[in-house]
Design a protein around this ligand. Structure first.
Ligand code: SF4
Length: 351
């Protein structure tokens, strides 16, 4: 039983008690997570939160940093209207290279580069609604089969909504180890960011992925106008689907997208949110992914003082990322190390 309950204000003592409870196998309540989101930046409570998140990380996922990377195999001209995305239908952002499904040689070259950047897994990401049975499924599975032969990085995919269980089964059979499919945001917020498909369709795809036996990578994006209560709702929904990896992105309000008018999230709020994610998902791999450089600027190395244990390296889908060596250096300041040649299950996110 909890010895104390955090509600609107979180103090260092109750945060330390909550931390001990989670380390002992307990769970935070929604009200407690909501209370943690309210900690005052720079206060003793904030310090207790970051210290606690690091303790929980060490207890459940250890101090080995994981890294992963993405390759955009089909970029731009998406049929969907996700309001945060440069590749969406209706987006006027053209500051990135559009492509049809990439030729095999290009995919293999990109895999080599990602491996030399320290990525242990690479995800093939396509900008489209998803995969349907027939010629599209045949094309995708043929490409995955060849990619899976590279032997340097884990072959993962992020191919959108799956039409059927058969699509998931065939993709798994072709060699994909992990399927990335974000919940993106709380179910109560989804219709405000996308109207061409539903949150429930995303959830159905997650069920197909799990039944096919693939690992699941599923997280979302903060800073899209959601309330703090919806951040807690989202974290608990992610906890329910129990992904192997949880990519946590921050909105980068790109010009030409529907959310271009929003301001990037405040840096302290972003760091607090990452720490609270560790309290909500104590034993999951948490990856800080897109938008971190924009939101955190020269404080981006501080991501390691939160509970994250994985970082996306190299470039994102339509924007450039930070030099991988930087992450190794910054992580070391918080006792995290990036092993070379690691083959653990990690996977990229659709940002
Ligand atoms: S997030 Fe994915 S599905 Fe949505 S518009 Fe962008 S590429 Fe298309």
């Amino acid at each position: 039983m909890p010895t104390s309950t955090l509600t609107q204000t979180a103090d260092p003592t109750s945060i330390a008690e909550l931390t001990d409870r989670i380390i002992g196998g307990g769970a935070a309540t929604p009200a407690e997570l909501r209370g943690l989101l309210e900690v005052e930046p720079g206060s003793p409570a904030a310090e207790a939160l970051f210290t606690g998140a690091q303790r929980i990380r060490e207890r459940f996922v250890g101090l080995r940093l994981k890294a992963c990377s993405v390759i955009n195999v089909k970029a731009g001209n998406c049929s969907e209207n996700c309001s945060y995305c440069a590749q969406a239908a209706g987006s006027e952002n053209d500051g990135y290279q559009k492509s049809k499904w990439l030729p095999e040689a290009d995919i293999q070259r990109a895999a080599e580069t990602s491996a030399s950047n320290g990525a242990q897994a690479v995800s093939l990401v396509a900008a489209w609604k998803g995969v349907r049975e027939g010629s599209q499924l045949d094309m995708v599975t043929a490409s995955i089969r060849k990619f899976a032969q590279n032997g340097k990085v884990r072959p993962d995919v992020n191919l959108g909504i799956l039409e059927s269980q058969r699509c998931a089964d065939e993709i798994a059979k072709a060699g994909a180890k992990v399927y990335g499919h974000n919940l993106e945001t709380a179910s109560s917020n989804f219709s405000s960011i996308c109207s061409t498909h539903t949150w429930e369709e995303r959830m159905k795809t997650i069920q197909f992925i799990k039944k096919a036996g693939m690992g699941l990578c599923s997280g979302g994006i903060f800073g899209m106008g959601e309330t703090r209560a919806q951040r807690v709702e989202f974290l608990l929904q992610v906890s329910y689907v129990a992904p192997d990896m949880v990519p946590l992105n921050f909105l980068n309000p790109l010009p030409g997208t529907k959310l271009a008018h929003l301001k990037p999230m405040d840096a302290d709020e972003a760091l607090t949110t990452l720490a609270v994610a560790r309290y909500a998902l104590p034993d999951r791999n948490l990856m800080v992914a897109g938008g971190k450089e924009v939101v955190l600027g020269d404080r981006v190395g501080e991501v390691f003082k939160t509970g994250i244990n994985c970082v996306m390296v190299g470039n994102y889908l339509t924007t450039a990322g930070t030099d991988p060596a930087f992450w190794t250096r910054e992580a070391a300041k918080y006792g995290l190390e990036m092993p070379q040649g690691c083959t653990e299950i990690v996977q990229g996110a659709c940002t």
